[in-house]
Design a protein around this ligand. Sequence first.
Ligand SMILES: [Cu+2]
Length: 484
Amino acid sequence: MNYQIVSKIVKILTLGTVISLAGCSGSGHENRENSMDIKTQGSMTAQLTSPPYVPEPIGSRPAKQLIVDMEIVEEEGQMANGVSYMYWTFGGTVPGSFIRTRVGDEVEFTLKNHPNNKLPHNIDLHAVTGPGGGASSSFVAPGHEITFSFKTLNPGLYVYHCATAPVGMHIANGMYGLILVEPAGGLSKVDKEFYIMQGDFYTKGKNGDPGLQPFDMQKAIDEHADYVVFNGSTNALTGDNAITAEVGETIRLYVGNGGPNLSSAFHVIGEIFDKVYVEGGSLINHNVQTTMIPAGGAAIVEFKVEAPGTLVLVDHAIFRAFNKGALGMLKVTGEENPTVYSGTIQEGIYQPEGGSIQTMPGDQGAPEAPVAGSVSERIEMGKRIYARTCLACHQEEGQGIPNAFPPLAKADYLNADVERAIGIVLHGLTGEITVNGNNYNSVMTAQTLTDEQVANVLTYVYNSWGNNGTEVTPIMVTKVKSSH
Ligand SMILES: [Cu+2]
């Protein structure tokens, strides 16, 4: 293409932009020419916050010179129970500190690279108009700091990330966060705001393999994530770390996706988003179930919580939620509101069908399965049943999922009472139990298995992963069944 044609296309595009800008008025649609003209009044230091919290709204403050001071820290942290990871962070957390600005601010950004760090880093802020989003002027070696400045021209919610080579590796290790540019006058008022960011992680070992897990470049290139998590770890938003709200409150979530690879099908089980600022921009969509957040993108979602219970935040690419960690909780307390929801709302894990024990569709019509002739045959057959019916929740090595599914490996609860274990597989289980010192209060569905299959699967479990080697026979199963 020659230069003249290119410049003509540019002119046409520019004209198009001008027309569309002229056609839209109202808050949130500042045009960039106007933003350039916003004069700043005075100077202030930005309050930075760790996830899941965000700084105070900008309210009616004028545009200012805004001083942002951020330190890069490379440090070991917990990815999951028993699994640690060497995170590279903006401000000591994954995602990095939340930066809150308003349109027209002149941000004076100082980036420090802690002297104990091993690598140089930089920052590319998607809110910046300029080469590399600041990356080219922010490259900083360990023990050094650098200052650069920019004016925020476009309101919206933007990702920032490290862009030092290999870029993918710096992002995969946790180097991303969000910067909010509020429109003049601020976003509408809500009761609670939280900061959540999804990321995919690639480790030498499989999901759940204990110890310090190094980054695996090949898996990252192949996009085979071992962990997909909110706020840097499987536990960041579950159990005692759950975010909280009260019935009647309006909640705003600033949700980003650091990637490096995967898009997020962001969904809150038990809620409908009243509003979504699509892609973090000025377009507002209403009544949304699941919103797509691409790697390197963000969205603002808002909803009013109408009933008490636990809402579960997930990536609705659902294996990521239940098998890789992309699961968080919003605990809502307050008065029941039977007109909105009259079912039982359980504390704990995903129960789309409600809190009662459900029956799994079984193999009852299937032809008679072969009968095990020896303990080793029983274990072999049990292993196949385990893979089909138990593994999804209790996991491949019986390790379970923290705060959701109890372990069957070296499980004191299992080893203490075989009849109880048989009863659980036959009838399901609900209510609080303690397994290896951790509490679980959830629901296991009743499994529709023949007595032979229950015997086989439990014999496999009892003879795996450090359990006590009990053989469970079909006669024992029949006995428990008839005593019930
Ligand atoms: Cu970096």
